[in-house]
Design a protein around this ligand. Structure first.
Ligand code: HEM
Length: 533
């Protein structure tokens, strides 16, 4: 067990390595594992050598597919201690005052493969599995509070545009960067997230100094069934810190495992990283809007000045994994893993995620029983009605469960079992025709990007301009650079002019004009009350 009691790859628990002698997988003692069985010292090798065949067969299948995104990552065990502040708005046991919940957190980059470098410019994943007494709750977030797309149906497109292409296995076939910039300049809803990527947030100094965001709006349910809309925020106690571009470049060569090593070493030396978990709360109104911001649009955030973040507990990472494969690789997060008192919303990005994670894990973890893998096992009792399937670990007795059943023991459902059960919030679904379109409230793609740009200090703005210059400078297609410059003009004329100058191109005239007054440059995206070092 890990120090926090979370499942770990304890070899005895996994029944993997017992006894004083080497054996086959079926427990037969082996005398020689260095020489294959041959007809005489010069062979040929005999097919009857079962140990040889078993050893090679198992080695041949040691690798499992890497995650389709977020393949590169590192995890740690920890504990979340709630301060009780969320109890008023949620009946989830995990939020009860003083309640300690074991967690496993996996940090990741999005685009690189399993062996890629840690310090590249990219979004970072920040996924947390809470092993609550009421079942597992997964908060599968990123270090950037907004996302590239508003509707999950475009996820394959944005990932195809950014990941290596089939012909050369190089990101963006035609040049290093054309397809990514083609996508984000054609889908201008991606501009806000991309601007965060071009800022120092795209190159964190350490996992320990990253914020985390649930991104979507979630719905909390109190003991009386009352609901509140919320956004989740992780605030690092060490403050938010980034690398500078030159450091990131050097580290990519000198120590591509920089973030992984930093996390492991910090925990090993007892310098346990900590984050406060906070929520922004919004009334659960039928339109799910707050101060003109559509809460179901994941390309938008709600500035902390409009809805302050209230701390509801603290996370401490205090245990390294025993086995990288068993824990960091086999952990399976899912936005649909919710517990009573925490529910989702109709954000179309979240809906697609709820389908996607289960689906991808069916392949990645080979079959439907991946929740029985030690790292994924809930700490709450499990009494499901699933049976059999690949890699089934349980030996179920009796008849297969079905309900209703008049025969004793046929079904795990018993009278009164719905007390404490997950209750779907009976949200009213508006009467509407089936359509493939977005609400008009999704149309503004630029004003929040502008808010981010104007909230930056001069040095941070310099870094952003340099990042656009470097990344766009890699594009071969002039038309793509020009289209992206137009998107920048629509964010902010000065940003566009400075990037255009670096690229040696004329700055285009903006085509989008804001109705609302310019946001105040004093509005910051990050709460100023948080420790910064
Ligand atoms: C993996 C976050 C949108 C599909 C991940 C991981 C994180 C994450 C943190 C890594 C989990 C781990 O460490 O194991 C997010 C956030 C999103 C988002 C914050 C937007 C707000 C989407 C969408 C889709 C998607 C829209 C698909 C429709 C996937 C898949 C994986 C993944 C397939 C791999 C999961 C696995 O193999 O276990 N995502 N994601 N994500 N995400 Fe997302």
């Amino acid at each position: 067990m890990s120090p926090t009691g979370a499942p770990s790859a304890d070899p005895s628990a996994a029944n993997a390595q017992q006894g004083a002698y080497l054996t086959t997988a079926t427990g037969v003692r082996i005398g020689d594992s260095d020489h294959s069985l041959k007809a005489g010292p010069r062979g040929p090798t005999l097919l009857s050598d079962h140990h040889l065949r078993e050893k090679i067969m198992h080695f041949d299948h040691e690798r499992i597919p890497e995650r389709v995104v977020h393949a590169r990552g590192a995890g740690a065990h920890g504990v979340f201690v709630a301060n009780g502040a969320a109890s008023e708005v949620s009946r989830a046991a995990v939020f009860g005052k003083g309640v300690e919940t074991p967690v496993f957190v996996r940090f990741s980059t999005v685009l690189g493969s399993r062996g890629s470098a840690d310090t590249v410019r990219d979004t970072r994943g920040f996924a947390t599995k809470f092993y609550t007494t009421e079942g597992n709750w997964d908060l599968v977030g990123n270090n950037i509070p907004v996302f590239f797309i508003q509707d999950g149906i475009k996820f394959p497109d944005v990932v195809h545009a950014a990941k290596p292409h089939p012909d050369r296995e190089i990101p963006q076939a035609q040049s290093a960067h054309d397809t990514f910039w083609d996508f984000v300049s054609l889908h201008t809803e991606a501009q806000h997230h991309t601007l965060w990527n071009m800022s120092d947030r795209g190159i964190p100094r350490s996992y320990r100094t990253m914020e985390g965001f649930g991104v979507h709006t979630f719905r909390l349910v109190d003991a009386d069934g009352g609901t509140t809309l919320v956004k989740f925020h992780w605030k690092p106690r060490l403050g938010v810190h980034s690398l500078v571009w030159e450091e990131a470049q050097l580290l990519g060569g000198l120590d591509p495992d920089f973030h992984r090593r930093d996390l492991y070493d910090a925990i090993e030396s007892g310098a346990f990283p900590e984050w406060d978990l906070g929520i922004q709360t919004f009334p659960d109104t039928p339109d799910q809007m707050f101060e003109g911001i559509d809460l179901l649009d994941s390309t938008k955030l709600v500035p902390e000045e409009l809805a302050p973040v209230q701390v509801i507990g603290t996370l401490t990472l205090n245990g390294n994994p025993t086995n990288f494969f068993a824990e960091s690789e086999q952990v399976a997060f899912h936005t649909g893993h919710l517990v009573p008192g925490i529910d989702g919303t109709d954000d179309p990005l979240l809906m697609a995620r709820n389908f996607s994670y289960l689906d991808t894990q069916l392949t990645r973890l080979a079959g439907p029983n991946f929740n029985q893998i030690p790292i994924n096992r809930p700490h709450a009792p499990v009494n499901d009605n699933h049976r059999d399937g690949y890699h089934q670990q349980a030996v179920h007795g009796g008849v297969a469960p079905y309900g209703p059943s008049s025969l004793d023991g046929g079904c795990p459902f018993v009278a009164g079992a719905d007390e404490g059960a997950f209750v779907d919030v009976p949200v009213t679904v508006p009467e509407a025709s089936k359509v493939r379109e977005n609400p008009a409230t999704y149309d503004d793609h630029f004003s929040q990007a502008r808010l981010f740009w104007t909230s930056m200090t001069p040095v941070e703005q310099e870094h952003i301009v340099a990042a656009y210059g470097f990344e766009l400078g890699k594009c071969y297609e002039q038309a793509i650079k020009e289209r992206q410059l137009l998107a920048l003009a629509n964010i902010d004329d000065e940003l566009c002019a400075r990037v255009a100058q670096g690229l040696g191109l004329p700055a285009p005239e903006r085509t989008v004009h804001y109705d609302e007054p310019d946001p105040s440059p004093a509005l910051s995206q990050v709460g100023e009350t948080w420790p910064t070092d």
